[in-house]
Design a protein. Structure first.
Length: 95
């Protein structure tokens, strides 16, 4: 399954885990939905913006500018991706 076609929550979580491991050097066993970006992964605001841009590129989606201000955990990231995929696919269906 390509990144642009991730559909289930487990698919999205797998994609986020793979990206965090590959691009940020985070061990896969340290990544779970409840993993907190700042507290557990030592992410700062620059890391969060970098993650958002990488996810946008990987999935061909666009997040609102402030979306990662409301994200605290990997599960929150997955939820925001699912929302963006739904919005993208809904918009594509109307085109």
């Amino acid at each position: 399954m390509s990144a642009a076609h991730a559909r289930t929550t487990s698919d999205v979580l797998e994609l986020v885990s793979r990206l965090l491991e590959r691009d940020f050097g985070i061990a896969r066993d340290a990544i779970a939905p409840e993993t907190r970006l700042a507290d557990d992964l030592d992410f700062d605001s620059i890391d969060a913006v970098d993650l958002a841009h990488r996810l946008e590129d990987e999935l061909d989606i666009a997040f609102p500018d402030d979306v990662f201000e409301r994200v605290e955990s990997v599960g929150d990231v997955v939820l925001r991706i699912e929302e963006s995929l739904s919005a993208r696919d809904g918009d594509a269906g109307r085109a």
